[in-house]
Design a protein around this ligand. Structure first.
Ligand SMILES: Cc1cc2nc3c(=O)[nH]c(=O)nc-3n(C[C@H](O)[C@H](O)[C@H](O)COP(=O)(O)OP(=O)(O)OC[C@H]3O[C@@H](n4cnc5c(N)ncnc54)[C@H](O)[C@@H]3O)c2cc1C
Length: 214
């Protein structure tokens, strides 16, 4: 995968990456994306859960959803994911920054209609959030499947941008007496809270314990 005229980074091009492995790793590091699209001449950017397998991203929603219908009709989209790794505190406000990994994917979505691919797409989304969950939950009924829209977005035109490391201060600011460095940011998975109606003797599954250790 190469950067195209639309995806090649101009600002800090050394932070740009266009290879499959880097883009896949960023997508696999989170499960919420933001999808931008035009509707009635106005831009909207909507958060949604996604899953990835190979070069395909799957998203889903109610068949009646505006976003699902606009995307299914072939709208141009921009799908973005962002992982924040740290707050970079330089000695000046100007040089202060963030450590992050982000990806921007341009393209169009295809509506998945075949029920076997629809189920596969839902399994990919479910297991992208909690690996192993799809194999454990009650599968969708034909009726549930009929009111659910599944869309596939192929990763053809994409870029990643990564910033890491400490502050890059101007030489003349190094003597300025203020704390400088990086404050790391982490997403923590907390203690599972059982549903009040959970039947006795159902313990937290191993795949959730595994998720917590990830
Ligand atoms: C973390 C996260 C994960 C989500 N995952 C999914 C998913 O997997 N599938 C799914 O269908 N939906 C998901 N949603 C909800 C999603 O953001 C939309 O609300 C939903 O898809 C309906 O979009 P729409 O354009 O059809 O909504 P409409 O109801 O037609 O939108 C009308 C207007 O409502 C406002 N609006 C809509 N959604 C939001 C929002 N999330 N926040 C603030 N304002 C809003 C906007 O102004 C929008 O233009 C998720 C939301 C979050 C925050």
């Amino acid at each position: 995968m190469n950067g195209t005229a639309r995806t090649t980074l101009r600002r800090r091009p050394e932070r740009g990456h266009y290879d499959r492995d880097t883009i896949h790793a960023i997508l696999d590091g989170t499960f919420v994306c933001h999808i931008g699209f035009l509707h009635d001449g106005h831009p909207f950017v909507v958060p949604t859960i996604f899953g990835r397998q190979g070069d395909d991203i799957y998203v889903h929603g109610a068949a009646a959803s505006r976003m699902q219908n606009v995307l299914a009709a072939g709208a141009d989209i921009c799908l973005t994911v962002t992982i924040t790794d740290g707050i970079v505190l330089a000695r000046s406000a100007f040089r202060s920054s963030m450590n992050y990994r982000s990806a921007v994917i341009l393209g169009r979505a295809i509506q998945v209609t075949a029920s076997d691919e629809k189920l596969r797409g839902l399994a990919i989304i479910t297991n992208h959030v909690v690996p192993g969950r799809w194999e454990d939950v009650r599968p969708p009924t034909a009726q549930e499947l009929s009111v659910t829209s599944v869309l596939r977005i192929s990763i053809h035109e994409a870029s990643a941008k990564i910033r890491d490391g400490g502050p890059i201060d101007d030489e003349r600011d190094l003597a300025f007496r203020v704390w400088a460095g990086v404050v790391p940011l982490r997403t923590c998975i907390g203690e599972p809270e059982p549903d009040a109606k959970l039947a006795d003797a159902i313990s937290v599954p191993a795949y959730i314990e595994k998720l917590r250790q990830r």
